[in-house]
Design a protein around this ligand. Structure first.
Ligand code: ATP
Length: 476
């Protein structure tokens, strides 16, 4: 096994981030939005390998959260919802970030982030007035990260909700706005009764959903870590007041284990306990990942009490009580939630997988060592020489056979070394080469991405060989 060239923990932060961003663009994982028009800030498009990786991440999450659970069902609610939902949830009045502007370079920055940089932690519940006072006290110590100057405007709270003019045929956007959802879980809460009435579910049970969310983020500058349009994977678990904390502990343990099973090393994960809880919350933890720019939130796991259903009960006028089938006692279910972004998971998986190795004197290979289930391409099929019809035909037959089961690629261009390097950079697990011996003995060489070792495998056994390798891969 080749030695890693550089120990990532001591690498320069931006160096690694720049390399990941550049690889993502070069190889078709992530593209900046609207690039031919000069770009569109904080929005990204997924390229051919990016969409495969994202789909594999979502498949994995769904498998663990829904398929393998008898007590959790899936949902796909719409992005547009009744605007009152966002009043009930508190988003219209409270979903706002504190913003300041650097008077020198006009850079807009989040005040809570600037304060965090000098180890002052603002409370989420603070009013504009309170956060202004706190910022006034400390702003002399804070330099603008863009231009290094120290001249700030007053703090303003800036709503994160994105408005749409749906059904509004006037030019006044502020009138009766409809919102693009700021989080997917509200769609779960308002369907709680539908799921209860139409499915054989009993408390405790969960509803899981994957979908887009939109936020007017002020500082969205960390690639796919923070974007204004993103995809969330959320699971809301409904339980009795007495079950809440026990179920919460179970959920925390499950989610930690999930990341280890995803091939994330434990040293790169950390719990962060929220000290300043919103008034209704019982407990809140984030799982943080060691991104190239440091430990930051990957997932939130919160015990939310009965706030969400109480609010929707109040605002809709519909009774959302649950009647316990045994005791007949009625109560408003309490909710624990797990909430994570697809983009943030992708960035964690890419950071974890990114390796540079010295293969020979003066030769470095870049390889994405994705766990088998997440790898966008499972195998690439190469005829040794592209211009030999008998090799090409045999390779095509193998490719056509494998593509029914796995995501595979065919490549007959350039020398074999170049083809290997390209596949290493996109994290393909195996490269299968059809050579002259293949014509005589019906065998191929299979090269392992991580060890670069090759072995000969009979073509009739190839599908089973790959299935065994992929399902038994050690990191899974
Ligand atoms: P942050 O403090 O980083 O802004 P948050 O606490 O507001 O995040 P939540 O509202 O708890 O985030 O959202 C749950 C999850 O959704 C986050 O853990 C993250 O994985 C993802 N997420 C939230 N905002 C964004 C965003 N703007 N871009 C990408 N992913 C996001």
């Amino acid at each position: 096994m080749p030695e890693p060239l550089i120990n990532l923990t001591i690498k320069k932060i931006m160096d690694l981030m720049t390399k990941i961003i550049s690889l993502c663009k070069r190889r078709g994982f992530v593209f900046p939005s609207s690039e031919i028009y000069g770009g569109f800030s904080a929005v990204y498009d997924l390229g051919p390998y990016g969409v495969e990786l994202a789909n594999n991440i979502k498949k994995e999450w769904w498998k663990v959260m829904v398929q393998e659970r008898e007590d959790i069902v899936g949902l796909d609610s719409a992005i547009f919802m009744h605007p009152k939902i966002w009043e009930a949830s508190g988003h219209v009045s409270g979903f706002a970030d504190p913003l300041t502007e650097c008077k020198k370079c006009n850079g807009r920055l989040r005040v809570d982030h600037l304060l965090e940089g000098i180890n002052i932690f603002a409370d989420e519940k603070m009013t504009e007035e309170e956060i202004n006072q706190l910022f006034d006290k400390h702003k002399g110590e804070i330099k603008c990260p863009n231009c290094g100057k120290n001249d700030w405007t007053k703090v303003k709270k800036f709503s994160l909700l994105v408005k749409a003019n749906l059904g509004n045929f006037t030019d006044d956007w502020s009138r009766d706005p409809v919102y693009l959802r700021g989080e997917t879980c509200q769609g779960i809460y308002v369907n709680y009764l539908n799921v209860l009435d139409s499915n054989r579910v009993k408390i405790p049970f969960g509803i899981a959903q994957i979908g887009k969310a939109f936020r007017n983020e002020i500082t969205a500058r960390q690639f796919i870590f923070r974007t204004i349009e993103f995809e969330q994977m959320e699971m809301q678990y409904f339980c009795s007041p007495a079950q809440e904390m026990e179920e919460y502990e179970k959920l925390r343990q499950n989610r930690w284990q999930y990341y280890l099973n995803l091939g994330i090393s434990e040293k790169n994960l950390k719990w962060h306990k929220h000290e300043n809880l919103v008034f209704y919350a019982k407990e809140a933890y984030d799982i943080e990942y060691n991104f190239p720019f440091g430990f930051k939130e990957l997932e939130g796991i919160h015990a939310r009490g009965n706030y969400d259903l109480s609010q929707h009960g109040k605002f809709s006028g519909v009774i959302l009580d649950y009647a316990d089938p045994k005791t007949k006692k009625k109560y408003i279910p309490h909710i624990i939630e797990s909430s994570v972004g697809v983009g943030r998971t992708m960035l964690a998986v890419l950071t974890e997988a990114f390796n540079e190795e010295q293969v020979k004197e003066g030769e470095i290979r870049t390889v994405l060592k994705f766990p088998a289930r997440l790898a966008p391409i499972k195998a690439a099929v190469f005829p040794l020489l592209g211009n030999k019809p008998e090799l090409a035909e045999k390779a095509r037959n193998i490719f056509n056979d494998l593509k029914k089961v796995f995501q595979v690629e065919f490549d007959d261009s350039g020398n074999i070394g170049k083809r290997y390097r390209r596949q290493d950079e996109i994290g393909t697990l195996y490269c299968i080469t059809i050579d002259f011996e293949s014509l005589e003995k019906n065998t191929v060489t299979v090269r392992d991405r991580d060890t670069m070792q090759q072995e000969r495998v009979n073509i009739t056994e190839l599908k089973q060989f790959l299935t065994d390798k992929i399902t038994k891969a050690s990191s899974y």
